[in-house]
Each structure stands twice: as C-alpha cells, then as structure tokens.
Design a protein around this ligand. Structure first.
Ligand SMILES: Nc1nc2c(ncn2[C@@H]2O[C@H](COP(=O)(O)OP(=O)(O)OP(=O)(O)O)[C@@H](O)[C@H]2O)c(=O)[nH]1
Ligand SMILES: [Mg+2]
Length: 397
C-alpha cells in the first residue's frame, strides 16, 4: 500500500536533511544542472545561475543576499504572531518531548554563539522541495495539492533553528506529516454517526465510473451496518450492465439482506422509488442504492443519474473512486460533484495502490472528505479514513 510514495518521501527526507546540514544551505544547487527545469521556488536563482555574472553583480547579489538574510532573521527570531507558529509550538506539535525539545532548543543557545546553529531558509530547502515536487507528481498527486504541500513545508521549516544536536530527521518528518495532514484535513463526516442521527430511512446513493467497486462497497457497507444492528436494504439501481442485478443479489444472499430489484434494462429511478416505499413500509433504517457505472464524459448517462437523484432524494451521495486511477479519479470526482453534488468519497483498491496520489489529492481538490477506503475484496475490507491513518501508512517503519 502506497509503497512507491513511501519510498519517495523517504528519499526526500534524506535529501532535505543533507541540504539543511550543509552550512549556509542552498549549496545543493552546485553540481546539479537545473537549467530549463522550473520550480516556483527556484526560478530566480536558476535564471541567475544561467548567466555569467560579472564580479560587480556578484558583489551586488552577495550584498543583497546578506541583507535579505538579515531581514529574514530579524523578525523571525521571535516568530510568534508572524506565522502563528513558534519553535516551541512547532516542536510540541511535532510530538517531540522532554530531551528532544531540549535538543532542538539547545540549538537556540548555540545560535547565540553563532557558531553551531543556523536558521533554515527557503534556499536551504530549494533542492529538496524540487525533489519532493517530482516525487509527488510521479505518485499522481494533483498539481494544486503538490503546491500546497510544498508551501506548507516552507511554512513549517523556514525560520526553525537547527544546531548540532537537532534531530533533523525528526524535524523533517514531522513537518512532512503535518503538511500532508493539512491537505487531508477536509471536514470529516462520521458515516456511522450520520446514519445514527439522520431521519430514517437514510438513502445513500453510490455513483462512479465503471468498475471502480460501487457494488462491492455496497456489500461491505451492508455488512458493516448489519453488524452494528442497523437494518438496510440493497437496491439494484444498475439495470444497465449485464449481470449487475445478479451481482448485488448475491451480496444480499450472502449477507441476509433484502434486495429490491426490477428486470434488466428497466428504469433505475423506478427501482429507487420502490425501494423507498419498501423501506418506509418496513421501517428500514438505510437504503443503499447501487447505480450503473458511467463515464463522466457521457452526458446522457450523467443526466440519467440526475433523474435517479430526483426520485431517490438521497441524503448522501457517495462517489466511489478507484485509487489506481490516480489523477483521473480526482477528475472524475470533480465531474460527478458538478453533476449531482457528492457528499463524500470512498476510494477502493487501496491495497493494490503503490502511488497514493488519489488518496492524497481527492479530498483537497473537491473539498469533500474520504469516508472509507477499500482495502480488499472481503466484506470486512473497508476502513474509515482519516488523515492519521494515511500518514501512518506513509511513515510506518
Ligand atoms: N483489491 C481490491 N479489489 C476491489 C476492491 N473493491 C472492489 N474490488 C474489485 O473490483 C472489481 C469491480 O468491483 P465492482 O463492485 O463490480 O465495481 P462496480 O463499480 O460496481 O462496477 P460497475 O458496476 O461495472 O460499474 C471486482 O472484482 C471487485 O472485487 C478493493 O478495495 N480492493
Ligand atoms: Mg456495479
């Protein structure tokens, strides 16, 4: 799970550590040919490096750099208020305690001597952030999310003073964890709580492109609800794909759950209507409505989904995305959201996803939370998603 992203983040951490450890920072530019590669944080310096600088300009630039450095250091000595983050809060948030805090703070004392410690500047991070950008893009993380993570990293690390005793590994990892959590932290919906507190029957409609795992997810959620003592019916709203009704019926048989179904090719909105009548009459708690897979570009099928929504009046619309689709899953989610308005996402096949791009990007990009992730083909393979879960997967040993 997320193996390749995990490895990439680990090599970024090493690179960032090297860059921070280099006295004066930014020296990492040497020996790396970055001509023609643009990074929003290094454009200025890349362009400058491309020219043959005269001694005069070198002096001017050096003076300017020194001035900038002094300006940077001035107000940041006490960073409180400036960015709403102090070294202490950074350290405490990092989860560093006792001796660790002393280690980091020890560098502050060194700083007064001006010999053994230095303040991390944006320039120190320049090379490693460029590597981070590539790593994230290669892992299918959406561009706006890459930019956010990079700017959070700058926010987290610049101005922090590091000395000989600072655990730079820990500093970088904690900054990365917090940056990743920040992009994942879209207001959560607790699915179970939502069901419990909502007026019954609660209608949950599942949508998404072909083969992402909608029908399987319905089986998994039916299983979960049954275990929790919540009564539910499954609704075979995919009347389009051959075998879809039988597939859902099989889940119903396995789980001992009622399946509302019509003939193949009948109107899915009519099936949804019957399901509502049934659930109201039998006082069922939840209706899990399956729908046919459809490409987000198929206007007719997308319109048909609006019609189903109009009849079923779902209380929650869940987009089911295949994590292996990476960035495409994000684009699909955006389209489905525009068409019917989705409330949350379930990402499936996380067990076979080495990249993790969709999991990192989808919530931030569409502003809707990931409710669950599918981690296999068994009924129990459904895990509630939160930012801690994801970061633990990315940084576990
Ligand atoms: N490894 C793994 N496979 C999954 C997961 N979820 C679903 N699958 C598999 O994905 C395939 C497609 O699942 P379906 O539930 O039929 O997908 P669907 O979205 O209903 O497909 P259509 O109805 O054709 O649009 C099946 O073989 C599932 O077993 C998961 O979390 N992990
Ligand atoms: Mg299906």
């Amino acid at each position: 799970m997320f193996k390749s992203l995990k490895e990439k983040l680990s090599s970024f951490k090493k690179k960032a550590k090297e860059d921070i450890e280099k006295k004066g920072g930014g020296e990492g530019d040497k020996g790396r040919d970055r001509e023609g590669i643009t990074s929003p944080y290094s454009d200025r310096r890349v362009k400058r490096k491309g020219k043959k600088e005269s001694k005069f300009f070198k002096k001017v630039f050096a003076r300017k750099e020194r001035k900038k450095e002094r300006e940077d250091q001035g107000p940041k000595v006490n960073r409180e208020g400036e960015k709403g983050i102090t070294l202490d809060s950074a350290v405490t948030e990092s989860g560093l305690k006792g001796d660790d805090i002393l280690k980091v703070q020890g560098s502050l004392v060194d700083e007064q001597g001006g010999i053994f410690s230095k303040k991390i500047t944006e320039k120190d991070l320049d090379n490693s952030l460029f590597d981070l950008e590539l790593a994230l893009l290669e892992s299918d993380v959406a561009q706006p999310v890459v930019e956010r993570i990079k700017s959070f990293m700058i926010d987290e690390l610049t101005g922090i003073k590091v000395g000989r005793k600072t655990d730079i590994d820990e500093l970088i990892e904690q900054a990365l964890r917090r940056s990743i959590k920040r992009v994942l932290n879209i207001e959560r919906i607790d699915f179970d709580e939502f069901i419990e507190n909502h007026e019954k029957p609660v209608v949950v409609m599942f949508v998404g492109v072909n083969g992402t795992g909608k029908t399987t997810v319905i089986g998994k959620i039916g299983h979960r609800l049954k275990k929790e003592g919540v009564s539910c019916v499954l609704v075979a709203g995919d009347t389009f794909r051959a075998g879809a009704i039988e597939q859902l019926s099989k889940h119903g048989d396995n789980l001992g759950l009622k399946v509302i179904k019509h003939k193949a090719n009948s109107d899915p909105a009519a099936v949804a209507y019957d399901a509502l009548e049934h659930a109201r009459a039998r006082k069922k708690d939840v209706i899990l409505l399956d729908t046919a897979g459809r490409m987000q570009t198929n206007i007719n099928l997308m319109d048909e989904m609006k019609k189903i929504k109009g009849v079923a009046k779902p209380d929650m619309i869940v987009f089911v995305g295949d994590s292996l689709a990476g960035n495409d899953a994000v684009i699909q989610a955006q389209k489905f959201d525009e068409t019917v308005g989705i409330d949350g996402v379930i990402l499936t096949k996380i067990d076979t996803d080495a990249k993790g791009g969709a999991a990192l990007s989808i919530a931030y990009t569409i502003g809707k939370p990931i409710l669950f992730v599918g981690t296999g083909q068994e009924y129990g393979d459904l895990i509630p998603f939160d930012s801690n879960w994801m970061t633990e997967r990315l940084f576990e040993g």
